[in-house]
Each structure stands twice: as structure tokens, then as C-alpha cells.
Design a protein around this ligand. Structure first.
Ligand SMILES: [Fe+2]
Ligand SMILES: [Fe+2]
Length: 136
């Protein structure tokens, strides 16, 4: 058994918006599956389908998140959307690299991990604070 790639940590990662937390958990679940299947030497075809699932779900999540924070008085909305576009570009870059080489690099997994911690903790929690104030 390989160790879990990324564990949900409620105190550090919660946005206090249940729908968004659930989507973040789903992203983590797909990342963990990718990591585990890669550790266990899954075929390129199988890995490619998980990478596609991850990329597709990322686009869907960002879309849901943007629709959600557009309902809030959130001054960083435009910047946040730009960050999402950049993350998708970088994810697609890693995906293209994988399609070419058939290898998921440590840099790819590092990117996923950094993206999760830095983006969810540093950026997504910001709209969470505003949503919390709004409903208070
Ligand atoms: Fe975000
Ligand atoms: Fe998010």
C-alpha cells in the first residue's frame, strides 16, 4: 500500500462553503487515485483517463466556484479568475507532456500538491470569509 498523496485537512482547507469543500474533496480524491494508480504502475491508457477526469473536473469546479463568488461582494473576483485560467494552462501543459512521454513526473505531482495547498488555503478561503460575513 502506498501512502495517501493528499489528505483533506478541515482546519486548513475549509472555505466554510460546503458545496465548494465537497468539490475540493472530489478533486483531492481524483488526485489521490492518480497517484495511487501511478505508484502501482497502471497502464498509460488508464492514467490518461484519470488525467482527463482531473482536467475535466478542474474546469467544472472553477466554473462552479466563479459562478458562486460572482454572487458575493468579492473584490478579487477578476484576479481569482485569472489565476484559474493560469492553473488550467499549466495543468494542460503537464497533460500534454504526459501524453508525449507516458510518464507522470514528480514535478506534475508537486504542481498538484502546491496548487491545492496554496490555492485553496491562500485564495479560495478569501471568498469563504466574505460568504461567511454575508450570511452572518
Ligand atoms: Fe479557486
Ligand atoms: Fe477551488
Amino acid at each position: 500500500m502506498s501512502e495517501t498523496f493528499f489528505k483533506w485537512d478541515q482546519s486548513r482547507l475549509t472555505t466554510h462553503v460546503d458545496a465548494m469543500d465537497n468539490e475540493h474533496k472530489k478533486l483531492i480524491e481524483i488526485m489521490n487515485k492518480l497517484y495511487e494508480r501511478n505508484e502501482n504502475k497502471a497502464t498509460k491508457t488508464e492514467l490518461a483517463s484519470i488525467v482527463r477526469e482531473l482536467a475535466g473536473w478542474t474546469v467544472t469546479h472553477f466554473d462552479h466556484e466563479e459562478k458562486f463568488f460572482d454572487t458575493l461582494p468579492y473584490s478579487q473576483a477578476a484576479v481569482h479568475k485569472k489565476i484559474h485560467r493560469d492553473l488550467i494552462e499549466r495543468l494542460k501543459g503537464h497533460q500534454a507532456e504526459f501524453e508525449k512521454t507516458g510518464t507522470l513526473t514528480p514535478a506534475f505531482f508537486q504542481f498538484l500538491k502546491t496548487w491545492l495547498t496554496a490555492h485553496i488555503m491562500g485564495i479560495d478561503t478569501k471568498y469563504g470569509e466574505i460568504a461567511a460575513k454575508k450570511s452572518a
